[in-house]
Ligand binder design. Sequence first.
Ligand SMILES: Nc1nc2c(ncn2[C@@H]2O[C@H](COP(=O)(O)OP(=O)(O)OP(=O)(O)O)[C@@H](O)[C@H]2O)c(=O)[nH]1
Ligand SMILES: [Mg+2]
Length: 406
Amino acid sequence: MIPTRLGLARSFTVLGVSKCAPSTQATLKPSQLHSLQASSRLLSLGIVGHAKHREASGKKLLSEKKLKRHFVDHRRVLVRGGNGGSGMSCFHSEPRKEFGGPDGGDGGDGGHIILRVDQQVKSLSSVLSQYQGFNGENGGSKNCFGRGGATLYIQVPVGTLVKEGGEIVADLSHPGDEYIAALGGAGGKGNRFFLANDNRAPVTCTPGQPGQERVLYLELKTMAHAGMVGFPNAGKSSLLRAISNAKPAVASYPFTTLNPHVGIVHYEGHQQIAVADIPGIIRGAHQNKGLGLSFLRHIERCRFFLFVVDLSLPEPWTQVDDLKYELEKYDKGLSERSHVIIANKIDLPKARAHLSQLQAHLGQKEVIALSALTGENLEQLLLHLKVLHDAHVDAEREQGCQPLRW
Ligand SMILES: Nc1nc2c(ncn2[C@@H]2O[C@H](COP(=O)(O)OP(=O)(O)OP(=O)(O)O)[C@@H](O)[C@H]2O)c(=O)[nH]1
Ligand SMILES: [Mg+2]
C-alpha cells in the first residue's frame, strides 16, 4: 500500500499571490520584483498563518523514519506475461451427422503486463517483486474459442525509468504513459484451423505459447518543476512548508529530511508549480559523506533549482560554491541549469550583514533574502518561481515538447 502522505502535497492556494502574480507580472525581470517587497509583509504573515493553521487541524504525520520505510525509489521486478490457452482437437458429431468435421476452437491469448503511470502513486513501494499475467483459456468443442487473459496493470509513479540489462527501455514521465512490460503468449490453434481441401479431418491442434518473461529494474526520479538544494539545516523543509501544503519534518539537527518531498504551489488560473525538497548535502557528499548524493536523482529532472543558503552562517557564498561543486560531481553541467539563490533566515542577527557580503560575492546573480520562519519576503520567491516556470514552459513549447504539468 502507498502511504497517503508520502510528502506529496495537495492543493493549497496561495491567496493573494494569485492577485499579486497576474500573468503580466510573471514576465517581470527578477530585479524588478524587488519593488513588490514593500507591500508584501501582510501577505507573508498570511501564508505562515495558513501553514500553522493547517498543522493544528492536520492528521498525525508519519515520522521521517517511518516514511523512509514506505518510500521506495528502485525495484527489481520479474514479469511473466500470461500463457496462451491451448487449441482443442475434437469433431462435430450429432444424430444423422456422424462426421460433422473438426470443431476444436483456438485457445485465448495470454494477458499482457503493462506499466501505467498513475499520478496518485508516489513511490514504487506498491510494486511487487514478481508478477504473473493472466492465462488465456483453452479452446473448446463446437468451435468455442478460449477467452483471452485480462491485461494486468502495474501502477507506477510519474518519473519512473524502466531499465533492462543496464539499458533504459522506457521513460514514463507523463501521467497516463504506458509500457508493455511483458507480452502475453499467443493462444494455440484448434483442429478446425487446420481444415484444408487435402485434409478434411485434421487432428492437429497446437498448445498456447508461454508469456514473455523479463527482469526489469524500475527507478524513480521524482518529477517536479523546482528542486531545492542546500546544506542540512539551511531551512529547505521550513520553506516548503511555508509555501505549500507539504509537511516535511523540520528540526534543528542536520539531516532531518531523509526522503524527497514534493509540495505544490497554486497560482491563479489553476497553475501549479511543484517544488521538491530533498535531504541536505554537504561538501564531500560525492564521496558518500553525509547522506551521499544518490537522492540527487530526485531533483536531476527539475527544470530549475533553488539553492537554499543559511544566511546566519559566516561566508554564506561558500555554501553556494560547495553545492555547485557537488552537483557537478553528480552530473556534469547540472550546476549550470537555471537557478536562484535563496538566502534564508534573514530574521536572525548578522544575517543582513552576511547578505550584503553574499551579494557582493555573487555579483549580478539574483539573491532572494527571506525568512521561512517569519514569512518575510516569501512573495518575492513565489513570484520568481512563476517567472522561472513561465520561462520553462515557453522554452518547452518552442522545442515542441509538452511541459511538465501537475
Ligand atoms: N530563525 C530562523 N530559523 C529558521 C528559518 N528557517 C528554518 N529555520 C530553522 O532551521 C532549522 C532547520 O530547518 P529545516 O527546515 O529542518 O532545515 P533543512 O534544510 O530542511 O534541513 P535538513 O532536512 O536536515 O537538510 C529548524 O530549527 C528551523 O526552525 C528562518 O527563516 N529563520
Ligand atoms: Mg529538511
